[in-house]
Write a protein that binds this ligand. Structure first.
Ligand code: CO8
Length: 264
């Protein structure tokens, strides 16, 4: 990896606003949070760090008010040969985030384009400001989505919407993205982070093991046969039945009190 100056190393910030919650914030405002190699590497590093933090139960991935991330850094990419690009192994960086087992909320304001939309789609829940713009414009620079943009998108919104977005490279607004099932909630632009924190708080108060198993089953089940996926679901349910958190959650319900969970 190249040497990183302090300024460069702060292109992605890891914040802990309150107990059990982390924010991964893309911080490259001069380039609309375009994803250069440093930003991609730092996002992977932050999620790697969070994997070792059992106390963190929900993560918010966000950018700034103008841009979540405007895609790959086109200036940096323009000088890469195919072999340079291959050797970067972008998929390894994205996989470090995709493998993160606990809930991730993408809080999107402004542009989520190309690699930026791909990052949002690796998240589990997408919240967007009214002014957010989504798109997979790779075709306009002679390539195609290369970090899950075509594959996660078709699984999220179906063939025809995925074809329309990837083939035309058009941008769509938050309401349209919600109507096709990509965005979960559309909020006033200045309320996106408040809502993301509120949701993260709700998630952080739930049994973490249950959330991990739900995430795994929903991510992996659809690529299996229905019978295998139902088996995966059933086995996960059986594991959860033997967890301390299940006993505590049931007792809390019966005793009309709030449960406290350890993830065991
Ligand atoms: N990469 C590098 N710099 C960027 C990027 C980007 N993706 N997006 C914006 N910037 C920079 C601009 O170069 C400009 O910098 P400067 O002030 O130094 O000239 C600054 O941000 C402001 O940008 P604009 O002046 O263009 O601002 P506007 O408000 O007019 O427009 C947009 C904002 C709509 C976000 C516009 O900047 C835009 O369309 N950006 C590019 C979006 C895009 O196509 N992203 C890439 C998608 S492709 C991908 O992610 C993977 C494939 C990459 C393959 C590359 C092969 C060469």
């Amino acid at each position: 990896m190249p040497e990183m100056s302090k300024e460069v190393s702060e292109e992605v910030l890891l914040e802990f606003p309150e107990e059990h919650i982390a924010i991964v914030r893309i911080n490259r405002p001069k380039a609309y949070n375009a994803l250069n190699l440093n930003v991609r590497t730092l996002i992977a590093e932050k999620f790697d760090e969070l994997k070792g933090r059992e106390d963190i139960r929900a993560v918010i991935l966000t950018g700034n008010e103008k841009s979540f991330a405007a895609g790959a850094d086109l200036k940096e990419m323009s000088v890469l040969s195919a072999m340079d690009y291959y050797k970067i192994h972008v998929e390894r960086l994205y996989n470090t985030f995709a493998d993160y087992p606990r809930p991730v909320i993408a809080a999107v304001n402004g542009f989520a384009l190309g690699g930026g939309m791909e990052l949002a789609m690796i998240s589990d829940i997408i919240l967007a400001g009214k002014g957010a713009k989504f798109g997979q414009p790779e075709v306009k620079v002679g390539v195609m989505p290369g970090a899950g943009g075509s594959q996660r998108l078709v699984r999220a919104v179906g063939k025809y919407n995925a074809m329309r977005l990837c083939m035309t490279g058009m941008m769509i607004g938050a309401d349209e993205a919600k109507s096709m099932g990509l965005v979960c909630e559309v909020l006033d632009d200045d309320k996106v982070m408040d809502r993301a924190l509120e949701m993260a708080r709700e998630l952080a108060a739930l049994p973490p093991l249950g959330l991990e198993h739900i995430k795994y089953a929903i991510l992996h089940g659809p690529d299996m046969s229905l019978e295998s996926a139902l088996g995966l679901e059933r086995k996960s349910m059986q594991v959860l039945m033997s967890s301390k958190d299940r006993a505590e959650a049931t007792a809390a319900f019966l005793e009309k009190r709030k449960g406290t969970y350890t993830g065991e």
